[in-house]
Structure formats: C-alpha cells, structure tokens
Design a protein around this ligand. Sequence first.
Ligand SMILES: Cc1cc2nc3c(=O)[nH]c(=O)nc-3n(C[C@H](O)[C@H](O)[C@H](O)COP(=O)(O)OP(=O)(O)OC[C@H]3O[C@@H](n4cnc5c(N)ncnc54)[C@H](O)[C@@H]3O)c2cc1C
Length: 433
Amino acid sequence: MGNREDKQKSIAEIARDACIGCEQCVGVCPVDAISMDAEDVAVVDADACTSCRKCVEICPTSAITMSEGEPAEAAVPEPAAEPAPAEAAAPPSEGPTPEVWVFVEHADGRPAAVSWELLGKGRQLAADLDGRVCSVLLGHQVDSLAREAFAHGADRVYLMDDAVLAHYRTQPYLHGVVDLVQKYRPAIMLLGATTTGRDLAGAVATRLGTGLTADCTGLSIDPQTKLLEQTRPAYGGNIMATILCEKQRPQMATVRPRVMDMPPRDDSREGEIVREELGLAEDDVLLRIVEYAREADTSAVRIEDASILVSGGRGLGGPDGFQMLAELANALGGAVSGSRAAVDQGWIEHPRQVGQTGKTVRPRLYIACGISGAIQHLVGMETSDVIVAINSDPNAPIFDVATYGIVGDVNEVVPALTRVVKTRLPDRGAPSE
Ligand SMILES: Cc1cc2nc3c(=O)[nH]c(=O)nc-3n(C[C@H](O)[C@H](O)[C@H](O)COP(=O)(O)OP(=O)(O)OC[C@H]3O[C@@H](n4cnc5c(N)ncnc54)[C@H](O)[C@@H]3O)c2cc1C
C-alpha cells in the first residue's frame, strides 16, 4: 500500500450527550457539512468536512473535537473502496466533565460570604451533573482566597492574579472572565446578586450572548435534560417562574446573599489551582481608581446581619407601633425591620425593608408583627431559622411559613412578649438600631 491509503482525514466529531442543539456549529461551518438530526443533535458530513476547526472553536459545550488524522488539505479525498482499518479510527469523542463555576467576590482581601454560600449549592448541582464545582478567582495576591474556596467545597480554582485586578472594575474583570469561559466552557456560572455580581454577570452574559437569570431563589438540575432550573419570583412576585437556558452556555444565574445555606467549612480539603494570565495592561483599562472613600453614615443599619429581627407591617397601624417593636427588639438584642407597606407609609426607612425590593434576611429569629405574608415579603425572609408570626387574621398567609403563630392583636401580644422577655432574659438586651 502506498502513503495515500495510510492517511486518514481529520474530521469534526460530535459527542451527542454534550450537544445542546444550539446550531452555532451549523451557522459557522463554511462548507455546510453540519446539520441537525431529528433529535436536534448536530451531525457532521464526514466527506464534506474540511478540518477547519471553526465548529470546535465555537461550540459552547466543547461537544465537538477533531478526530485523529491529517488536515483535509493533506488528506486523500477518496478512497471509498479501501476504508481505514477499524483500529486506525479515532475513538468516539467523550463530552468533557461538566463544570459549575462560582465567581469569588472580594474587596480589600475579604471574601463576600455569598461566594461560599454559592459553592455549597454549586456542589449539589455539580453532583447532579457528575461534574465538578470550580471557583473563578480574579484579583491580586489572592492565593489565600483560593484555599478558602477549597475549604468551602471547590474542587478547582481558576485563578487570574494581576495588579490590574486588585480592585473590581468591570472592564478587566469582564475581559478575564470571558477569556476563562471561552477556554474552559463551564456548563453553569453563578454569581452573588450583589452590586459587583450584578454588574459583572450582566456584562459577561451580554458579551457571550447567553442567558442570565437574576435573583434566583432556587437552583436545581432537571434529572432528564440536565438543564439548570432557575427559579425566581416573576410578574411582580405573583408567581414563581422556573427559567431554562436551553441553547446557550454557560447557564448563568445570580443569587442574593443568605438565600443559600452556608456549607460547612473543611480546612483539610485541597484542590487544583489553574493559573491563567489576564492579558490586559493597566493602560488598556479606561477607568482609573483615584481614591476610595468609605460611606460617611456608618450608623445605617444592616438588617441582613442581625440574628434577631422584629419586623412590622401595615397591621401596626402607624409609626408608633414601631416604638413598641423597638422595645421588644431591645429586650431581645435584635433589630427592627419592616414590610414594604410600612416603608411606603413612611413608618420605617427603606434600608430596613425586607423582601423582593428590600433586603434578604436570614436571622435565627424573625418575628413578623401585623404582616400578611405576601410573596414579595416571604422571598426576603422565609429561610429564617425560626419565624414567629403575630396576626389578627388566622388565615393570613404568613402563618404558612411560620414556625409559631400567634393569632391576636399586635398591640396586646407584643407588649406582653416584651414583658416576658425582660423578666426571663434580663441580660439579653443590647442596643438595637
Ligand atoms: C414588584 C413588587 C415588589 C414588592 N416588594 C416588596 C418587598 O420587598 N417587601 C414587602 O414587604 N412587600 C413588597 N411588595 C408589596 C407586597 O405585595 C405587599 O403589599 C406587602 O408586603 C404588604 O405589607 P403588609 O403585610 O405590611 O401589609 P398588608 O398586606 O396590608 O397586611 C397587614 C396585615 O396585618 C394584619 N393586621 C391588621 N391589624 C392587626 C392587628 N391589630 N394585630 C395583628 N395583625 C393585624 C392583617 O390581618 C394583615 O394580615 C412588593 C410588591 C410588588 C408588586
């Protein structure tokens, strides 16, 4: 046999399990060698394939690889009569290990707790995908955060360490994250629904042309399709919608702090660090940080950090009702918060609002006083450890999520509770705000 017969053409091969039917390969193939079959999976016409690799580069799930062999230009066009021997054929391509990525947010070297909360959820999702959970860490001299990521469940950390990344700025972080996504092709990417996370997630999703579901309250994997089910309130919070991103990757979602459980920390865990270069110089960045100034008003309350919250709604009847709640909160060493109705009435300030357009809280104890339990309120507090509801209407929806319910008038129940707490827990009181 001559050389001609020994050579086999390299062709694009598609792992059916990994194909999500996005048709990007169909669009990019210059010789129309790829089409979709009846099951919406891409198939390659081996004879037409020119080994150009365009489909390999564009596939968002790395489902396409090139078989071993010569590039098409060097390959012999025929020989149909003498097919390559079976042992010379390339092995069937396998899909890559699916990865769930979690962006590690930090400022001044301090990580945002939501990054670790998302790693806990990421581990569950990765297990359901038979994949791994990875952290994406950009910054300067942040190796210690990689170790923390392992301790909170990451199997692998993609790390870009560069002085340009010392402080968050959209442009260099966008550049770095998009580069990493295009190189490693994660199935899912999660970010905290914080100021930074929201900014970056929107920019990355736009640049990659993929879907993004903001403020998810639930994330799971559909056992059949292996798609990420992203649940969040919709239509003003009147329904819970489950959103799928079927044809683009990664599937992106943001989640507010304290919505997911914090996973237990295990400092003995280890993992792999994959280091990558940013490839962007300071001169390429349009925004300069001249100075940081801390917010002057440090007295602003952070209800999201309180372990006990006494919360009031329209049922309090007026601003004086909040004086009554402050007394109970003082006796318990907690803080006061409220529903949107109370905020809209001007009875309490907006930074203390709990709910969809307020804060998400997760205290050990949440006492809801004269709050009906609208869905927009519940999404902000229903993961509290213990919920006590006080309401004069026995059918109020707040009782559906309450650990303990008291049917009665807040003006009678709250002062009685305060008296009991003061008597039984005299040392408990701490200044509440
Ligand atoms: C897009 C959108 C976003 C929203 N975001 C939020 C949000 O972030 N947070 C939020 O809270 N809401 C939000 N809302 C508003 C939400 O739908 C409800 O209107 C609001 O939560 C109701 O507040 P409330 O429970 O205090 O008042 P109401 O629903 O009027 O309930 C008052 C309750 O007090 C009880 N009551 C009355 N008198 C007494 C008494 N003397 N003793 C005991 N109980 C008494 C009543 O039985 C009733 O259950 C949002 C709405 C929309 C459309």
